[in-house]
Ligand binder design. Sequence first.
Ligand SMILES: [Zn+2]
Length: 116
Amino acid sequence: MSDDTSAECATCHEPLAESHVGSCPKCGATGKLWKLKLSADARVVASLRYLHERKYWKTHPVLLSIVLAIVLSSPFLGLVLAGWPGVTVGLVVSVAGFVAGLFAVTRVHHTREGGS
Ligand SMILES: [Zn+2]
C-alpha cells in the first residue's frame, strides 16, 4: 500500500505546498483542497476440500446361506444327537457358524478425500 498527498487552491486549483497557510497566491481565495491518493494490492487465496463417504452392507450369498443352514439345522441336530457326541458336534457346528457369520455380512465404509 502506498499513499500520496498534495494540496491545491479550492477555487482555482493552483497547486499549493502542503505547508502553505493563508490565501492563494494566484486568486487570493483562502480555501485549500487536500488530495490523498491511496492504492493497495490484494491477494486472494482460496482452497477447496471434499470428503466423499459411502457406507453400505456387503453380503456374501454363499456364506449367508451356510449361516442360515446352520441356524435352521442346529435344533434338529439336538433332536438326533444326545450326550457328549451331541455336545461335540454342536460345538463344531456353532464355531463354523460363527466364523461364516463374520464374513457373511460386512459393513463397508469407503471414504475419499481430496482438494486443491
Ligand atoms: Zn486560487
